[in-house]
Design a protein around this ligand. Structure first.
Ligand code: KIV
Length: 276
């Protein structure tokens, strides 16, 4: 019954939102990775990852689609639940899939499902100021939110491809404003994808919540990558920010440990993984 007290007394208590805020305040890098099933969730937990994302990238790396657009709420709930069963210490975030938060009502119903059935501690949604009403509604109901801006893969058909965002000065300014507005609306974490390193740094300075980057340069509060990319499983051309951690590793667990170490000692990302 008092399982939370028992957990707090352990040597490695579970990571909470307070842990992540403290890590930002103390400048301790946050290591994050995606996972889609219980076995890999347990493996990345043992490797020392702080945050696990049950990401809608599963549409590409598990289901074989070209984009994340076809992923459904049933898919996300199933995979998030499996991941949650494999985790002890890491903080679990689950992705809200495409069109699952088009209205405030839908967003609340689907976020609640990811937390109640999927075991997630936080939900992630894509979009800037266009999502403020949804973020406010979720925050008002105590649903922790990660706001994903920069390259937002669910909008790939509108953007016209997977490309670096925020290179022009007005787009960069808008992204900083978006991040601040999302924080004011109640977002607890900001995730930045595929933007110039300088902009990643500027956004990290501009908000008080932890900022996690993927292709957003070294000066953010934490890094995230897609698990199958670092394990060299993903076929085809990979984004510039990916590093193959199987190179020189003895097995998958060793590769993930090396990734965690590289995030913690800030040797990842190196300049060749970043955008100008
Ligand atoms: O779904 C996912 O894996 C993501 C990461 C790329 C951040 O959103």
């Amino acid at each position: 019954m008092y399982k939370h007290l028992e957990k707090r007394a352990r040597e490695t208590p579970p990571v909470t939102l307070s842990t992540l805020r403290k890590m930002k305040a103390e400048d301790v890098p946050i290591s994050c990775i995606t996972a889609y099933d219980a076995s890999f969730a347990a493996l990345v937990d043992l490797a020392g990852v702080d945050v696990v994302l049950a990401g809608d990238s599963l549409g590409m790396v598990i289901q074989g689609h070209d984009t994340t657009v076809p992923v459904t709420m049933d898919d996300m709930t199933y995979h998030s639940r499996a991941v949650s069963r494999g985790l002890w210490r890491p903080f679990l975030i689950a992705d809200m899939p495409f069109m699952s938060y088009a209205t405030r009502g839908q967003a609340m119903e689907n976020a609640a499902r990811l937390m109640q059935e999927g075991g997630a501690k936080m939900v992630k949604l894509e979009g800037g100021v266009n999502q403020l009403n949804v973020v406010r509604a979720l925050a008002a109901n105590d649903i922790p939110i990660c706001a994903h801006i920069g390259l937002t893969p669910q909008s790939v058909h509108k953007i016209g491809g997977f490309r670096v965002q925020g290179r022009e000065s007005d787009a960069a300014r808008r992204m900083i404003d978006d991040a601040q507005a999302l924080e004011d609306a109640g977002a607890d974490i900001v995730l930045l994808e595929c933007i110039p390193s300088e902009l990643g740094h500027a956004i990290t300075e501009a908000v008080n919540v932890p900022v996690i980057g993927i292709g957003a340069g070294p000066e953010v509060d934490g890094q995230i990558l897609v698990l199958y990319d670092i394990l060299d499983i993903t076929m085809g051309r990979l984004p510039r920010f990916v590093k193959n951690y199987m190179d020189g590793a003895s097995n998958c667990a060793d590769a993930v440990s090396r990734y965690v170490k590289a995030v913690k000692d800030r040797s990842y990302p190196a300049p060749e993984h970043c955008f100008d």
